[in-house]
Design a protein around this ligand. Structure first.
Ligand code: B12
Ligand code: SF4
Length: 455
């Protein structure tokens, strides 16, 4: 099903925004609406004379895209692209150009922001919007709608007479509260199946950017500057979702939700004061929490907290410039569990310096920390990360440039073979990832059986 913006103004410019899919992992997805295109829609729907359609191919995997394109006939199509979605997005762009040659096709998101030239050379795309998209896309749509010259808009890249042109960087949006709430009414929100402890949930983002320098992390969109929304506005968005959709589960997809301790307290205080009946989950770092904060988060409805632990080996953490310690990771997990939170830990296998000993240390860490949930990913050098720019120095060999394989976990819980470290070949990296995952599952089973024996 596809929802169209309801205000049927006399349209004179039609814009379609697409989230593509990758069949290697699509079944794990379709669980949450893509905030990127929802934010873009929220700013362009304010432009008079614009008609918008959103198409999320993770929930519309079998949709006849030709039908939607030829009935809606958009003048502009925007495609949101992460690295593993790039080959499919590129095919889609070429298909759109064949079917509707006059349609202007725009690429945006982490992959085109990291590799704008490569994106444009793949054909099908007229322009790349680099980085944060709201301001740039709004200006671009206004220009195209009025038939004006767009070539000096900051934050874009295009090819002109075989020359790759990149305009000035667009400054980041200073006050995130000036951006309207994501246009959730343009997607069938109830078709998404994400839950938190069985309760239907939806994503919200309350800050952008992260000041840390983990070598595997992509900074091409929001950069290192941490910008936050005010707690009052976050609460207003939550109330709006409760009223409009009856959804009371929230996933905060901020990189590091609790980075600003004062803001975290103020946000939790508002939820507690208003006695809001919500539950939520967030991602953060072990050095950005303390007991008092965790207790308050629990009172405010937080039920799952996720930590990027990455490794049980301090040398691996240091080389990855994670900035945390094994000791602190262990303490934070125990502290969070002690206040009643369910803890999910994320690990990465195959970081520089990974070897049999470091894998054993991670295994040992999992055994000691006993997180309630854990995912073990393979460390992938995504384009333009510090890791991908320094693979040789790190002794990492990259085996493929097929971007469709750049995902950390596929359908059978298995990652594609992409890297080898100086000590582990590509098969050993995957074996280690699978060993860790299965040891964790056995540990969980043991814990469950022990609990059952007690009660
Ligand atoms: C939530 C999340 C997920 C969720 C949900 C993804 C979704 N469909 O929304 C899940 C867990 C499923 C996920 C999976 C993956 N993720 Co993820 N994810 C995130 C996270 C934390 C937030 C995404 C978000 O909602 N951001 C908020 C919105 C507003 O930002 P945005 O989408 O980037 O959009 C803005 C701009 O990019 C731009 N823009 C985006 N699209 C377009 C399109 C056009 C036309 C224009 C003009 C502009 C534009 O404008 C938007 C508004 O400013 C980001 C990190 C981050 N802070 O963004 C990582 C991030 C996007 N993920 C990343 C990765 C690596 C993955 C996986 C590959 C990991 C894996 N498991 O294998 C998969 C790929 C899945 C996929 N479908 O592509 C990387 C991407 C790196 C890269 N080069 O592609 C990021 C950047 C993390 C990081 N810092 O390294 N992810
Ligand atoms: S991995 Fe997390 S903590 Fe590290 S730089 Fe990226 S967002 Fe920040």
């Amino acid at each position: 099903m596809l929802v169209q913006n309801s205000k049927k103004r006399k349209a004179n410019c039609k814009v379609m925004l697409i989230h593509p899919s990758n069949s290697a992992f699509v079944e794990q997805e379709g669980d949450r609406p893509p905030l990127g295109i929802l934010y873009l829609a929220s700013v362009i729907e304010k432009i008079p004379g614009i008609e918008i359609q959103l198409l999320d191919l993770t929930i519309e995997a079998k949709v006849d895209i030709r039908y939607f394109l030829s009935t809606f006939k958009p003048q502009i199509v925007g495609i949101t692209i992460t690295t593993p979605l790039f080959p499919e997005a590129s095919r889609l762009a070429s298909f759109i150009k064949e079917l509707l040659p006059k349609t202007f096709v725009v690429a945006g998101g982490p992959h085109p922001s990291s590799l704008p030239e490569e994106t444009l050379l793949s054909k099908g795309f007229d322009i790349v919007v680099r980085g944060e998209g709201e301001g740039t896309f709004k200006e671009l749509v206004e220009c195209l709608k009025e038939g004006e010259d767009f070539r000096s808009i900051p934050g874009i890249a295009y090819i002109d007479k075989n020359e790759f042109i990149q305009t000035a960087d667009r400054p980041l949006i200073e006050d995130l509260d000036t951006i309207p709430f994501p246009a959730r009414h343009l997607l069938p929100i109830h078709s998404y199946h994400m839950t938190i402890l069985g309760i239907p949930a939806t994503p919200i983002i309350t800050s952008r950017g992260c000041p840390y320098h983990c070598i595997f992390c992509t900074k091409a969109v929001f950069g290192h500057q941490y910008r936050t929304r005010r707690p009052e506005k976050i609460v207003e968005e939550i109330e709006m979702i409760l009223d409009a959709y009856g959804i009371r589960g929230f996933l905060f997809v901020d990189d590091t939700f609790t980075l600003d301790s004062h803001r975290t307290h103020r946000f939790c205080d508002s939820i507690i004061e208003k006695k809001m009946d919500i539950i939520w989950r967030c991602w953060t770092r072990s050095d950005c929490v303390d007991l008092y904060m965790l207790e308050k988060m629990y009172q405010a409805g937080c039920r799952i907290i996720c930590f990027g632990v990455e490794s049980g080996d301090q040398d691996v953490l240091d080389t990855a410039r994670k900035g945390t310690t094994v000791k602190r990771n262990l303490e934070a997990i125990q502290m969070a569990q002690s206040v009643g939170l369910t803890v999910k830990a994320f690990f990465m296998v195959g970081l520089p310096g990974e070897n049999e000993t470091s894998i054993e240390k991670t295994l040992n860490f999992v055994d000691r920390a006993q997180p309630d949930m854990a995912d073990f990913y393979v460390a992938i050098p995504f384009p333009k990360t510090f890791l991908s720019d320094h693979v040789e120095e790190f002794g990492i060999r990259v085996l493929t440039q097929d971007w469709s394989k750049y995902y950390q976990i596929g359908l059978e819980g298995k990652a594609p073979e992409i890297v080898q470290t100086s000590a582990l070949n590509h098969q050993e990296v995957i074996q280690a990832q699978q060993k860790l995952q299965s040891c964790f599952q056995q540990l969980k089973k043991k814990k469950f059986t022990a609990k059952a024996a007690i009660f």
